[in-house]
Design a protein around this ligand. Structure first.
Ligand SMILES: [Zn+2]
Length: 103
């Protein structure tokens, strides 16, 4: 029953859009017996005319993310890519942590 230019967040997402900084433009309220008192539920609607395309990472951003993730897997002790993100509390790969614990 809502005007065609007003969509929910899910409907925007399905069209590859995001609200783009706009606030909620309208809401649909209805009574629901499924949820507790007062039993009124709301769907927030956004204006498709103010919506912007969903952001996708640029090539440079993807490279930066790849580097950052590689850094998180690289052990500062043995300088190898551990193949997993290093546990923060150890700060090294599991092999190095084990060696240090044994020493
Ligand atoms: Zn190591």
């Amino acid at each position: 029953m809502a005007p065609p230019h007003l969509l929910t967040l899910r409907q925007l997402t399905a069209k590859g859009l995001r609200p783009g900084g706009q606030g909620v433009q309208a809401q649909v309220l209805w009574r629901s017996r499924r949820y507790g008192a007062p039993g009124v539920r709301a769907a927030y609607l956004y204006d498709v005319r103010f919506a912007l395309p969903k952001r996708t990472a640029t090539a440079r951003q993807r490279v930066a993310l790849g580097k950052a993730n590689a850094a998180r897997r690289t052990c500062p002790e043995c300088l190898r890519d551990a193949g997993y993100v290093l546990p923060r509390h150890l700060g090294t790969c599991l092999d190095c942590a084990e060696e240090m614990a044994a020493a």
